[in-house]
Design a protein around this ligand. Structure first.
Ligand SMILES: *Cc1c(COP(=O)(O)O)cnc(C)c1O
Length: 387
């Protein structure tokens, strides 16, 4: 069997398989002659709201704008601080800074790598406007435990669902638990556009109408400015049409992603812990593992011709440019994970052979092996992928 290169991600198989449909969808939009906020956009907003199980969905330009507009919509007088985690890529931090808000970080749970409610209490005071809960890697955080703490103090909750579309528990889908939820349709997300895109979901009518104004010049009506801090951040009609085509397919793609993470979990040696994504409460956006030396595992897997990545290598509070803001913080769990996390290939169009090759590479990993050069010319085994 030839050894393939297994890329960390590759959009070409999906784009190739969908090519004819995508071209027809684009042609349909061109023929209709509406390129911004036309019928496809309106229909997508309705279909997304219905899919999530919320009343309103509003298209915006990307997931970071969604966070920024969410913060603007919540902004209220003396409350000038956003509380979030430092290991989720810095998007909430960038959005908060764009609105002129401060950011305070709390620590993460060592098992899920998501916000640790026990660490939250000490971050909260009367200056906190909102807590951002990132459903990191696709894991649905128990938001209820956090909203209970926040509601008592008049603090709002924003769910960052950029990695968790389609994840749902018995209580509902990720995106239905907070005041507002933000989504990204960046091409490699579980629901991706052919470029940038994003959305804000809420069941609060007043917040929905504020978002509707803020995303388009602050207009409440054509040329009537009612929100002072409006901007322009819209989801294009072509992207909306593409997202309408892809939305009904997300559940099947997520199931395939979970299957891939499950195969890695079964194949991993004791020195590698795969963050599990077995149930529907996980969208399996990323297949993340924790290990003693992530760099060493990445080098090992690259000898097996497997691409990897890190989400994310530098916590926000250790980014030089952010470190001058806010309080000096110590986040022991977040900091301990630096250098220990690695993301493995996980996209729905991976072939069984590619998955098997990653599994064989994982099985062969032994960080204590006396002669690591023994692995320089591996041959893929016959690891079976169970459906
Ligand atoms: C991708 C992502 C974003 C930002 O989305 P963009 O569309 O790239 O702006 C925000 N939060 C999380 C958790 C993400 O993964």
């Amino acid at each position: 069997m030839d050894q393939l290169f297994v890329p960390f991600n590759d959009l070409r198989p999906a784009l190739g398989a969908q090519r004819d449909e995508l071209l027809a969808i684009i042609a349909h939009v061109l023929d209709a002659g509406m390129l911004i906020q036309g019928p496809e956009h309106q229909a997508f907003e309705q279909e997304l709201a219905q899919y999530i199980g919320a009343t309103y969905a509003l298209g915006v330009g990307n997931g970071t704008d969604a966070l920024e507009i969410a913060f603007r919509a919540l902004k209220d007088g003396d409350r000038r601080t956003i509380v979030t985690v430092a290991n989720a890529g810095g998007f909430s931090t960038a959005a908060a800074r764009a609105v002129g808000l401060d950011v305070r970080y709390c620590d993460v749970d060592p098992t899920t790598h998501c916000l640790d409610p026990d660490s939250l209490e000490s971050c909260l005071n009367d200056s906190v406007l909102a807590v951002v809960i990132t459903h990191l890697y696709g894991h649905t955080v128990d938001v209820k435990a956090i909203t209970d703490i926040c509601t008592l103090r008049g603090i709002r909750v924003v769910e960052d669902c950029a990695q968790s579309i389609g994840a749902r528990t018995d209580q509902g889908a990720a995106g239905t638990f907070g005041d507002l939820a933000t989504f990204s349709f960046y091409p490699v997300k579980n629901l991706g556009a052919l470029g940038d895109g994003g959305a804000i979901v809420t069941s609060d009518e007043e917040l929905a109408s504020r978002v509707r104004e803020l995303r388009q010049y602050g207009w409440s009506d054509r040329n009537v400015v009612s929100s002072r801090y409006g901007k322009n951040s819209r989801l294009d009609e072509i992207q909306a049409a593409v997202l309408r085509y892809r939305l009904p397919r997300v559940d099947a793609w997520n199931a395939r992603r979970r299957q891939i993470v499950g195969a890695y979990e079964d194949a991993s040696p004791a020195s590698v812990r795969v963050l599990p994504a077995r149930t529907q409460s996980h969208s399996a956006h990323l297949a993340v593992v924790e290990t003693g030396d992530a760099r060493d595992l990445a080098d090992h897997l690259s000898r097996w011709r497997v691409g990897t990545s890190v989400h994310y290598p530098i916590p926000d509070h250790l980014q030089r440019v952010f470190s001058t803001y806010g309080d000096a913080v110590s986040l022991p769990v977040t900091e301990r994970l630096v250098g220990r996390i690695l993301s493995l290939p996980c996209f729905p169009e991976m072939t069984d052979q590619q998955i098997a090759q990653v599994c064989t590479g994982l099985q062969a990993y032994n960080p204590d092996a006396p002669s690591r050069t023994a692995h320089t010319q591996p041959t893929p085994g016959s690891h079976e992928v169970h459906a």
